[in-house]
Ligand binder design. Structure first.
Ligand code: AMP
Ligand code: TRP
Length: 339
């Protein structure tokens, strides 16, 4: 028997520092677009994930509110989506523990994000950093989410979520957890560094010139694009011609994701032109799309109490969905419920 699950989208973003254009195009912009398309949408600021590497408590509070503000500024409407903060819904941590007994240690050591973040001295990383994907599976499966929009870098974690769901279902002879579908879609599933086309644009890169932050003003955005690494060749008429030009490819993909065109459509307009013409045009669309978001974020951040109120209400809505699912999980595993 295969249970059918109602379409439900879940995704999360860590409050572990400023957000980048990669987070916006690979995640936030799409989160807003999925609203009202037939699936319920649930979005979460995942602070329990952020603390797998040490966070300054005061900064964590600031960053948590800032990510909440970024969700709303990007068009996630708390009247339409459930928007909340992970640590306020205790079912995430509870289900993660149950999944820690289902997942295997070897699965965790294989995760490339763990290897990257743990670095050479992995014995000294937190146990939470190793178990991170188990918590991520709990985030998703506590809601029986069927689809998860993320950037390319999260693909391996989502495969592990599917493995945990399948092993749980198998070990307990049930068909209780859905096998979640990753949604890695669009032209910006992997926005690259402005300085090195082989590296992901990341909030943790030591050089600020590699990324556009959602808090950058128009001048900073224009300057970073002007200084972005490129080559001296003119642009070809289609993406096939950019195969060995990672930096050029990245800028064209960013342009396309910002305007909602395909990369080939963008190239059709710029064919034969150099970066002297392309970069100012890109800076203009980037500023035009990001300035209103930055402005809205600033407005939300001016009223932290209102953000907290919205996130508190979201947490109540989230807990109402997750609580019966986690209760049922415990029952399936043999735990007694006497109150
Ligand atoms: P994080 O900031 O690591 O919590 O990531 C939040 C979301 O943004 C995830 O869905 C990531 O896959 C996505 N993301 C982060 N960096 C990039 C990037 N450079 N390109 C595309 N998506 C990204
Ligand atoms: N691991 C994700 C990242 O680093 C964040 C995340 C945590 C997440 N839980 C999730 C994403 C659940 C999607 C679904 O980007």
């Amino acid at each position: 028997m295969t249970t059918s699950f109602a379409p439900r989208i879940f995704s999360g973003i860590q409050p572990s520092g400023g957000l980048t254009l990669g987070n916006y195009l690979g995640a936030l912009k799409r989160f807003a677009e999925y609203q009202g398309q037939g699936a319920e949408t649930i979005y979460c600021v995942v602070d329990l994930h952020a603390i797998t590497v040490w966070q300054d408590p005061e900064k964590l509070r600031h960053n948590t509110r800032e990510v909440a503000a970024a969700f709303m500024a990007s068009g996630v409407d708390p009247e339409v989506s459930v928007l909340f903060n992970q640590s306020q819904v205790s079912q995430h941590a509870e289900l993660a523990w149950l999944f820690n007994t289902v997942a295997r240690v070897g699965w965790m050591y294989r995760m490339t994000q763990f290897k990257d973040k743990a670095g050479k001295n992995s014995e000294n990383s937190s146990l939470g950093l190793l178990a991170y994907p188990s918590l991520m599976a709990a985030d998703i499966l506590a809601y029986h989410a069927t689809e998860v929009p993320v950037g390319e870098d999260q693909k391996q974690h989502l495969e592990l979520t599917r493995d945990i769901a399948a092993k749980f279902n198998h070990d307990y002879g049930v068909d209780f957890f859905p096998i979640t579908k990753p949604m890695i879609e669009g032209t910006a599933t992997r926005v690259m560094s402005l300085r090195d086309g082989s590296k992901k644009m990341s909030k943790s890169d030591p050089s600020d010139a590699t990324r556009i932050n959602l808090t950058d003003d128009a001048d900073a955005i224009a300057q970073k694009i002007r200084k972005a690494r490129t080559d001296a060749d003119p642009l070809p008429g289609s993406m096939e011609g950019l195969q060995d030009r990672p930096e050029a490819k990245n800028l064209v993909n960013i342009f396309a994701a910002l305007t909602g065109e395909s990369a080939d459509q963008v190239l059709a307009r710029f064919e034969g032109q150099g970066f002297g013409a392309f970069k100012p045009a890109l800076a203009e669309v980037a500023v035009e799309s990001l300035a209103p978001i930055t402005e809205k974020m600033t407005r939300f951040m001016a009223d932290p109490a209102e953000i907290d109120r919205i996130m508190g209400r979201g947490a109540d809505q989230a807990a109402a969905i997750a609580q019966p699912i986690v209760e049922r999980t415990k029952e399936i595993m043999g735990m007694i419920r006497s109150r």
